[in-house]
Design a protein around this ligand. Structure first.
Ligand SMILES: O=c1ccn([C@H]2C[C@H](O)[C@@H](CO)O2)c(=O)[nH]1
Ligand SMILES: [Zn+2]
Length: 135
């Protein structure tokens, strides 16, 4: 599974975004260590706060099927009809990543068209609070 293949999977996921309030469509494709890809889209709600980001949709699909080890996630996001800019994960999604992913090994791939940038969790969530703090 190459970087660009995973970004393409994120674009497939983005098509399912349920976004009647923001019109901001996000897709994520989470690559598990077992080789499976879990796709997620954002799902909004009239009550706003129940909205789930694409990244967490992908994580919760995987974890709810017993899969908890991951290599990478690709994320794409843009307003409907606009050309994609890089879409970085929100703080809540970074925290969910920190629960399951190695801060240096897990790759966060932000895609926009043919372009992509890769980050580690340590770069996007420095000094994070994790289960290590509870030991
Ligand atoms: O990384 C992000 C950032 C935002 N959103 C969603 C939440 C909401 O539906 C819309 C606007 O914030 O985008 C995501 O899914 N992932
Ligand atoms: Zn989020």
């Amino acid at each position: 599974m190459t970087k660009s293949m995973l970004v393409e999977e994120a674009y497939v996921a983005q098509k399912m975004a349920y976004v009647p309030y923001s019109d901001f469509c996000v897709g994520a494709a989470l690559l598990a260590k077992n080789g499976k890809v879990y796709r997620g889209c954002n799902i909004e709600n009239a009550s706003f706060t129940p909205t789930n980001c694409a990244e967490r949709t992908a994580f919760f699909k995987a974890v709810s099927e017993g899969v908890t080890e991951f290599d990478a996630i690709a994320i794409v996001g843009n307003k409907r009809g606009e050309r994609g800019e890089l879409c970085a994960p929100c703080g809540v999604c970074r925290q969910v990543m920190a629960e399951f992913c190695d801060p240096e090994e897990f790759k966060i791939i932000l895609g926009a068209g043919e372009e992509s940038s890769v980050y580690t969790l340590n770069e996007l969530l420095p000094l994070g609070f994790t289960k290590k703090n509870l030991d």
